[in-house]
Design a protein around this ligand. Structure first.
Ligand code: SF4
Length: 319
């Protein structure tokens, strides 16, 4: 039986305790694919509040948006307060539920390097100062990270656990165009290589079941991520939520989500390709509320994970 290096196993091995990520959603962050810098509307599947439960509690606060060209940030104090309160709240839950002992502050929603550097530095520095925090995990796009930010993160990497999470999604330009990704595969390769040259750990996100993709294309994207030398990977199925462009395609009969069987079969093949020592941070995704349109097998994360683990085990993989 081949043991998959999950997040829990990786951190227990390196820190000798339970390390968990605390997801953070900072109001004011946006994405160049939403604010019009590279495109409007975002990726066809993106409805950020569906993916970011912490945004829900902030819905009633007036929205404002920052991008790297913003000259000032009058809301920085409020962003720092949000960061602290979300961290403390999630930390408490994870300690109680999973006996979590150390934490990575996970900047999850939107594009978390897409803001003036002074704002990023204040937020990252504050996050690193919290009790029991060993590092950061920063979700972003390869077209939205400045050299100044990479230099800062490289410096922090010398003493902290610093991860940048890039959405690759697919290494096919025609797919990226179809999902309105707003950047090219070339840009993905260039910035992942650059980030790794700075000595910063990279986690690559891939989606299985993107429009127009077959299994060999999905596995080619996995192979490309491995060839880039990323330290970790996240894989999940594409599901359709309401209020997205993908929902319109689905309702018009122009998109069919991946089946559970095909997803698991592709996942087994993908995990067998992963080299020893490369972390697999995630293999599932779903949403258990009325915003999910399809597929149904993504509406119960526990059942989905149970089926995935069972199938992986039958194929010699211990997740
Ligand atoms: S890059 Fe992320 S935040 Fe931006 S539109 Fe795509 S999914 Fe949404």
């Amino acid at each position: 039986m081949q043991e998959v290096l999950t997040t829990g196993r990786y951190f227990r091995k390196h820190y000798g305790c339970n390390v968990y990520k605390t997801p953070i959603s900072i109001l004011g962050f946006t994405c160049p694919n939403i604010d019009g810098s590279v495109a409007y509307g975002g990726c066809v599947f993106c409805e950020n509040e569906s993916f970011s439960p912490n945004l829900g509690v902030q819905k009633n606060i007036n929205k404002f948006y920052l991008n790297p060209k913003s000259k000032e940030n009058p809301f920085l104090d409020s962003q720092l307060l949000q960061l602290e309160s979300q961290y403390k709240q999630t930390k408490k839950i994870l300690e109680k539920k999973f006996n979590a002992q150390k934490f990575l502050v996970y900047f999850q929603s939107f594009t978390n390097t897409y803001a003036p550097f002074s704002t990023l530095k204040s937020l990252y520095d504050r996050a690193l100062s919290f009790e029991d925090v060993i590092g950061l995990s920063i979700g972003t796009r390869t077209d939205s990270i400045e050299k100044q930010t990479l230099e800062y993160l490289a410096e922090k990497s010398k003493t902290k656990e610093i991860w940048v999470e890039y959405g690759i999604q697919s290494v096919y330009d025609e797919t990226l165009k179809r999902i309105n990704r707003g950047h090219s595969v070339k840009n993905v390769f260039e910035y992942i290589q650059l980030t790794r040259q700075y000595g910063i750990k990279v986690c690559a996100h891939l989606i299985f079941g993107l429009p127009g993709e077959n299994q060999s294309m999905m596995l080619e994207s996995v192979k490309a991520a491995i060839d880039l030398g990323v330290e970790a990977i996240k894989i999940h199925p594409l599901y359709v939520v309401k209020r997205t462009a993908l929902a319109n395609d689905y309702n018009a009969g122009n998109f069919t989500p991946i089946s559970e069987d095909e997803y698991i079969d592709t996942l087994v093949k993908a995990l067998k390709m992963i080299p020893k020592g490369m972390m697999v941070q995630r293999v599932s995704a779903g949403i258990s509320d009325e915003t999910l349109l399809s597929p149904n097998w993504c509406n119960n994360k526990h059942q989905q994970m149970y089926n995935i683990k069972k199938n992986l085990k039958e194929n010699g993989l211990y997740y």
